[in-house]
Design a protein around this ligand. Structure first.
Ligand code: FES
Ligand code: MG
Length: 569
């Protein structure tokens, strides 16, 4: 066993500082020998009752501890900020970078040698990976795992996806408000993350594809006893990783990030993965850009889960989960080191598909070419994205007049006006929802279809904004327009009646207004005053990067792996 672990700078000294570090830890009943130099494993826990998706993580932490003890390590669990996607206002995304700071500084300041990241809900996984990447210790992930399939009136219903469907049905007069409210209890029946292929399950799937968790981590239901066993095995493995000095940066490489992009296409993953992967890459020091996402564009959609398909995560698990997807992609994936120490190919060893409708083979996909599509043009010089697999094919080449909402309040106040001058062809534009604007780039890009059109049976329209959308959402929605309106992007200059052209084929997002006219409008444009003038939110607004750069804070990009030498007393 290695005795020169990082923790020796805390617990290996026989002076006053060593006394202080050890003595106070001993108040929890730890005997002398746990400070003998064995790997000390931090269990970084985002458990919280306000993050229901992560409410099972206390149990999983116990599983991790069993494994760490068994392998001869010393586990210590610590809490970090938790981000409850469905509970926080104005949006959990505003706080992703704050969680990342918490994780980074906690890992660096404490005498630990390796880290197990316990996360699940949308922003917790990327926030933890970003923070851990900036310290770069041996690191491994255990995810919450998805909730059991939603059940209501004898049918499976999916987190998020069916909320959007049901609320449109209520507005169309096709569902009663009572039924709508009754569905709440059936949708969320167990601990765990959204059981659609939303952002949480997407990020867990990409973590597995990057080799940052043990195989099967993404899909095992939160309450499946095999997840507890996986936590135990992860605890064992992190001790070995410390002994092998297998750091996060050995696993999160350009190849691993490219594998994540490829896997994202195959699982029909969330558009949010784009900002998260860009931010993670920035921390590790890999120059990933929106253009790199093009490698996913010809990957077919294999996983038949909502919102792009019809099944849910439990079905995905029982069909074989990510090992089967990776096996299908094996000719496309890059060789890459994983937390297991070997190549990613070990992840599909023995993988077998038990339901070919849930996980399609490459030669019978749900959709050809399912990757996210990057759009550029004078409306988004730095790019925008769209998820064709969740869009309406007929709207993927579209030119029409815009109807503009200046901000979220404008949209909410007017979208259901009976006299709203829009047709099914109109392109709805929403401003003021980017990283600086809202602030925090909320999931409002899939703005509702105007009530009058819903009643006429319209279920999709082209929508354009600087916002994100929930990974559980669907529709022909152009997102992440960069630069955002509040950063002075041309999006700020769009007026109702302007023509906009969206072309997936050409990767184009054009505002068909002459340059002279735009210059004139720009001269008259004044930015909205910021919504926050103090505290973290002010720091966020002042320093946040645009969506195409991952929306990290500018001073957090990169890492600092120097030892901390100064003592507290
Ligand atoms: Fe937490 Fe969906 S809201 S995972
Ligand atoms: Mg979300």
């Amino acid at each position: 066993m290695t005795k020169d672990n990082r923790n020796r700078a805390w617990y290996g000294k026989n002076d006053r500082d060593g006394f202080i570090h050890r003595s106070w830890m001993k108040n929890q009943g730890f005997p002398d020998h746990v400070f003998d130099g064995r790997p000390i494993i931090g269990i970084c826990n985002t458990w919280s009752e306000l993050t229901p998706c992560n409410s099972g993580l206390r149990d999983l932490a116990e599983g991790v501890k069993r494994g760490v003890w068994e392998a001869g390590g010393f586990p210590v669990e610590f809490p970090v900020m938790s981000l409850g996607e469905t509970q926080m206002k104005p949006t959990a995304m505003l706080f992703r970078n704050l969680l990342a700071m918490d994780v980074e500084e906690s890992i660096r300041a404490y005498g630990i040698d390796g880290v197990v990241l316990l996360g699940g809900c949308d922003k917790t996984t990327p926030g933890q990976l970003m923070g851990a990447a900036s310290v770069d210790l041996p690191t491994i992930v255990v995810s919450s795992g998805p909730m059991l399939n939603g059940k209501w009136k004898g049918k499976d219903i999916g987190s998020g996806t069916d909320v959007w469907k049901f609320s449109e049905a209520v507005r169309a007069g096709e569902m009663t408000l009572q039924d709508f409210m009754n569905a709440e209890s059936g949708m969320s029946r167990s601990k765990g993350v959204c059981m659609t292929m939303g952002t949480a399950s997407t990020m867990a799937s990409l973590v597995e594809a990057m080799g940052m968790s043990l195989p099967t981590n993404a899909a095992l239901p939160a309450v499946d006893s095999r997840r507890m066993a996986l936590a135990h095995l992860t605890g064992k493995r992190i001790v070995e990783m410390v002994e092998e000095d297998l750091k996060l940066s050995h696993v999160v490489t350009r190849e691993a990030l490219e594998n994540a992009i490829l896997a994202n296409a195959a699982v029909g993953g969330s558009t949010n993965s784009v900002v998260h992967l860009l931010a993670i890459a920035g921390r590790v020091g890999i120059d990933l850009s929106l253009d790199d996402f093009e490698i996913g564009s010809d990957i077919p959609l294999l996983v038949n889960c909502m919102p792009s398909g019809e099944y849910l995560m439990e079905d995905f698990c029982y069909a074989g989960g990510m090992p089967v997807v990776l096996s299908e992609l094996k000719d496309k994936l890059r060789p890459a080191t994983t937390v297991m120490g070997g190549d990613i190919s070990a992840y599909w060893d023995g993988a077998e598909c038990y339901n070919h409708d849930v996980i399609r083979p490459m030669d019978n996909p749900l959709k050809e070419a399912a990757g996210l599509c990057v759009l550029r043009g004078n409306l988004a010089p730095h790019g925008a994205i769209i998820k064709p697999s969740a869009a309406t094919d007929a709207l993927l080449e579209h030119e029409a007049e815009a109807f503009v909402f200046e901000n979220i309040e404008d949209m909410k106040a007017n979208i259901d006006r009976e006299d709203l001058p829009v047709t099914a062809d109109t392109i709805l534009v929403l401003k003021g929802c980017g990283p600086k604007g809202y602030p925090g780039m909320p999931e409002v890009g899939n703005m509702p279809i105007p009530a009058r059109l819903v009643k006429e049976g319209v279920r999709d329209m082209v929508r354009v904004s600087d916002a994100r959308m929930s990974g559980t959402a669907y529709g022909t929605v152009v997102l992440h327009v960069s630069p955002e309106a509040n950063a002075g992007g041309n999006l700020a200059l769009v007026q109702t009646g302007d023509r906009i052209r969206v072309s997936i084929k050409d990767g184009a997002l054009d505002l068909l207004v002459p340059d002279e006219e735009l210059a004139q409008r720009r001269a008259e444009w004044t930015p909205e005053p910021p919504h926050y003038t103090r505290g973290y939110a002010k720091m966020y607004v002042d320093t946040v990067l645009q969506a195409h750069q991952g929306a990290d804070l500018d001073f957090l990009v990169g890492k600092d792996t120097r030892p901390v030498t100064r003592e507290s007393h």
